[in-house]
Write a protein that binds this ligand. Structure first.
Ligand code: SF4
Ligand code: SF4
Length: 162
């Protein structure tokens, strides 16, 4: 098993606009916010590099996005501008229990904590449907081992997270 590493794809924050609400400001760069999925209140501080550009009243990001999500410096990356003080809900969130790569190292699919696959790889989707979905076991560990046992012989490399 390996440690999960966030690739900064931003997908988990792009639907959070309806849940992460800014309720007021507490002075420069500090905001009172509520995560409405958990009713958690946080006192968020915008990280230094983003202070100059961050203004929740002048957002140019989509409404569905969390108001604290911004594009990162590297193309295709997205960052949380309150990373040091973001809600516990976000800190605890791990979007995948496994990532599946092709032999060339390209990400072919991601498996959620609940064991569902997100992939546009037809062969992988077919394997999942025919050989992995039918696996029934009461143990996550055993399920992961069995899934890896199906995928590795087909040439995929699997990262299984703790
Ligand atoms: S936690 Fe997952 S979905 Fe969210 S930004 Fe990181 S890699 Fe993307
Ligand atoms: S507070 Fe940060 S980590 Fe949480 S949803 Fe918003 S951008 Fe994502």
């Amino acid at each position: 098993m390996v440690e999960f590493v966030c690739t900064l794809c931003g997908k988990c924050c792009m639907g959070m606009g309806k849940y992460v609400k800014i309720k007021g400001s507490m002075g420069l760069n500090k905001y009172i916010c509520v995560h409405e999925l958990t009713n958690e209140t946080v006192f968020a501080t915008v990280e230094k590099p983003y202070r100059e550009d961050f203004d929740p009243d002048e957002r140019d990001t989509p409404d569905e996005w969390c108001p604290f999500l911004n594009e990162g410096e590297e193309e295709g990356t997205f960052i949380c501008v309150i990373h040091g003080t973001h809600p516990k809900f976000c800190r605890d969130f791990v979007c995948a229990s496994m990532r599946i790569y092709t032999q060339d190292g390209v990400e072919a699919g991601k498996v959620s904590e609940k064991g569902s696959l997100v992939s546009s790889d037809d062969h992988l989707n077919a394997l999942w449907k025919e050989q992995i979905n039918p696996i029934i076991t009461g143990s996550d560990e055993v399920w992961k081992e069995k899934a890896v046992g199906v995928l590795e012989p087909e040439g995929y490399r699997i990262e299984v997270y703790d």
